[in-house]
Design a protein around this ligand. Structure first.
Ligand code: NDP
Ligand code: GDR
Length: 379
């Protein structure tokens, strides 16, 4: 008999990778998707199965983490062996603008699922994964951060996730649920949301190289993050639910990088050297060299790259009221107990993202070359 998994947040970056991973292992996958006025299933369209097909392995259900009765009904109908709670308002900066909604979806949303498992009597059958985060560490107490490092959240997002973390621990202890927190450090991919810094950078680097955009505005260039690949990290989520005992695990690469360095690595992958000068709001990134052979190899017109061109400016609008300066994770527990290790290092991650964005942006380049404009149906 195939195992049944329910993934909340299936339309997001991790949801898409996890669905793919579980389907390959023979699971029947159910996913929660929100109703929206435009299609929001781009990341999982390749997994779609027509409702009229018999023996379907992939099914989507409309729902929302703020709607308890909806969650209870879906969990009752699908009777999952494993629930992966990945749904969240996941943008740290946006959480300062929408703190109440973020608390409701990210904090109480987790409670609603745990309560549904308990009320439906699924405690023995159903294992629960909670998408916890390195944002819980917030203000630096010690590095590298491990399962034992104290938390000091620095945003409404992190505070909501702190509640979700502890309610997961509490339900494990109070009701003996198999419930785990995966304390995942930042993980990225070619399908990372475009407003997170890595994807914002790789997307813009590709567009600048193709002559589709002049520059990019960023916030705090000195923030340091431990960036891994989402493909590696969803495997860790699954491993956490396959153990004898439920526990919490840090998942990280153990290497940290500044936003500034990530920018330089991304442009360098395209053969463009960017140097930074100036301080604070006046800091800027300028093109200082270009490798013509590399540009030609990638099919980039060297004429698009102008020496001395400013490609990065700082816009304080992207600063956060309280920032998390330094994250670097110690995943030795996961390495020892789960046998987990990342396959992608930072260089492989940058390569994967930059080339995917270069490929994606070619479409815009061809449209521009062909003289196609955008039609405005609203005029
Ligand atoms: P994304 O932002 O890419 O995806 C979030 C998903 O949650 C989307 O499917 C989104 O739907 C859905 N969602 C948002 N609000 C609701 C709601 N109220 N009800 C139902 N669904 C909702 O995030 P990631 O895939 O990057 O992250 C997955 C989880 O892991 C999140 O909980 C995030 O906070 C956490 N996390 C992420 C890390 C990372 O580096 N990526 C690191 C540590 C933790 P829609 O597509 O309609 O917007
Ligand atoms: P983060 O990711 O806040 O760590 O949360 P994000 O990519 O948004 O920011 C990383 C760092 O880059 C700095 N930064 C900018 N960030 C954005 N988004 N846009 C900018 O223009 C910019 N310029 C500089 C930020 O200040 C920050 O220091 C992500 C999310 O996926 C969370 O859901 C998850 O829990 C954590 O990672 C681990």
């Amino acid at each position: 008999m195939s195992k049944v998994a329910l993934i909340t947040g299936i339309t997001g970056q991790d949801g898409a990778y996890l669905a793919e991973f579980l389907l390959k292992r023979g699971y029947r996958v159910h996913g929660l998707k929100r109703r929206s006025s435009l299609f929001n299933t781009e990341r999982i369209d390749h997994l779609y199965q027509d409702p009229h097909e018999s023996d379907r392995h992939f099914t989507l259900h409309y729902g929302d983490l703020t709607d308890a009765t909806n969650l209870i009904r879906i969990i009752q109908e699908t009777q999952p062996d494993e629930i992966y709670n990945l749904a969240a308002q996941s943008h740290v900066k946006v959480s300062f603008d929408t703190p109440e909604y973020t608390a409701n979806a990210d904090g109480l949303g987790t409670l609603r699922i745990l309560e549904a498992i308990r009320l439906l009597g699924l405690g023995e059958k159903c294992r629960f994964y909670q998408a916890a985060t390195s944002e819980l560490y917030g203000l630096v107490q010690e590095v590298p951060q491990s399962e034992k490092t104290p938390f000091y959240p620095r945003s409404p997002y992190a505070v909501a996730k702190l509640y979700a973390y502890w309610i997961t621990v509490n339900y494990r202890e109070a009701y003996r649920l198999y419930a785990c927190n995966g304390i995942l450090f930042n993980h990225e991919s070619p399908v990372r949301g475009e407003t997170f810094v890595t994807r914002k950078v790789t997307r813009a680097a590709a567009r600048i190289a193709l002559g589709l955009q002049d520059k990019l505005y960023l916030g705090n260039l000195s923030a340091q993050r431990d960036w891994g690949h989402a493909k590696d990290y969803v495997e860790a989520m699954w491993l956490m639910l396959q153990q004898e005992k439920p526990e919490d695990y840090v998942i990280a690469t153990g290497v940290t990088t500044t936003v500034r360095d990530f920018v330089q690595l991304s442009f360098a992958e395209l053969g463009i050297e960017v140097a930074f000068s100036g301080k604070g709001e006046l800091e800027k990134g300028v093109v200082v060299d270009a490798d013509e052979r590399r540009l030609n190899e990638l099919g980039i017109n060297p004429g698009n790259i102008k020496f001395g061109q400013t490609v990065v400016n700082v816009d304080p609008a992207y600063y956060r009221p309280t920032e998390v300066d330094l994250l670097i994770g110690d995943a030795s527990k996961a390495r020892a107990r789960l046998g987990w290790a990342p396959k992608y290092d930072l260089h492989a991650l940058v390569q994967d993202m930059v080339h995917a964005d270069l490929h994606l942006m070619r479409k815009d380049e061809y449209l521009k070359m062909g003289g196609f404009g955008t039609l405005n149906y609203l005029e």
